[in-house]
Write a protein that binds this ligand. Sequence first.
Ligand code: NAD
Length: 431
Amino acid sequence: MRNICVIGTGYVGLVTGACLAELGHTVICVDNDASKIALLKKNKIPIYEPGLEEIVRNNAKNKRLSFTSRIKEGVKKSDVIFIAVGTPPRDDGSADLSYVETVAREIAENMNGYKLIVDKSTVPVETGEWVEMTIRRNIKKNVEFDVASNPEFLREGSAVFDTFNPDRIVIGVKTKRAESLLKEIYLPIKAPVLVTDIKSAEIIKHASNSFLAMKISYINAVANLCEKTGADVAKVAEGMGMDKRIGKSFLNAGIGFGGFCFPKDLEAFYWISRKQGVDFRLLKEVKEINEHQRLLLVKKIEDAVWNLKGKTIGVLGLAFKPDTDDMRFAPSIEIITMLQGLGATIKAYDPAAMGKAKKVLKNIRYQKNAYDAAKGADCLVILTEWNEFKELDLSKIKRALRHPIIIDGRNLFEPAKMRKSGFDYKCMGRS
Ligand code: NAD
């Protein structure tokens, strides 16, 4: 078992650190956000992620998992260092790699022996070369090191499960030493390991996320055709998904993708391709279709209530997807801002994301539950497909609403059944 340091204790770093400790390694998680570290030291989890709290608590208790804001301590005590800091988008769509650079420099300054530095953050191709160069330029002692790429594919909401049950583990390396160390770390996990060069590993991550985003935009464009012609996108997606070459996942029509990964990774992949002289226009279309879905939903709401000015809209779901509290690039932000811009008052409820939503969405009347969000509203809008919304008592919702109008951006219900129950119900690509 190895001594491991994970730098960046966010959605990826904390899950990775806790799961590696659960596998038996000794892990130090580092973050420069002192308040986050203070919480974690008290066994409090700063994010909502099913199953995470228990493994953090257990491994902290048995001393395999610890937290610090001092990178020096993490680097000196570890053989393998994972970089899991954020790579947010810059205004032009390219990835902001300044956090990765800072961390690479700080690692270099504190290296006291051989280290394997593994990039887990999602980064554009050739970042590994820059990390290696940064370390060479800033290294203080004459020690050996390797750089590797190990992109992360976990999904928020099922991050712990995904970490223990990945479809594949991708390892981009330059040396056999790095390859065998990473293979050893992941040995207890039963998953195929794909060993590549560093650049290919970096592209695998960007290409995979952009492909999934493309699937979502594709089905959304198909949904719009279904809606115009009276076809049913749920049936179309089912029929498409039965073809093994296509597969049924990521064929849910709706208001499009959001979150910290797809929008920024798609942009960054487009940007790096252009920088390399490759015009990957398809990615631009994927983004445009996605943005159009938000407008389409707002138009549906407007069509249902006539004028938005002075109307009250109840919103169910704020997180970018269910089972997370993550609000980064959530479609709800754009949609609610548009509705407010058109004069609507918003009442909203989300099972987990309201704390984070309050920081980005102002002038909203946050509610304790879905029924309160519906109470007195001119229309109810569904923006996140939380399971608890699928199980709502619809007659109670109907009684709570001023008018029985539901605009469902996530296709939670059967349109015919909803109409039979007396709702004016509109969803995406189904009529
Ligand atoms: P995050 O913002 O939740 O976490 C990043 C953490 O890094 C923060 O806690 C921040 O304080 C810390 N940090 C920044 N600079 C630091 C420094 N100099 N020293 C120490 N800590 C520092 O981000 P995330 O969602 O965990 O994403 C991290 C990376 O993983 C990104 O590149 C992202 O694209 C990628 N990724 C994310 C997901 C996901 O579902 N969130 C999935 C796969 C890959």
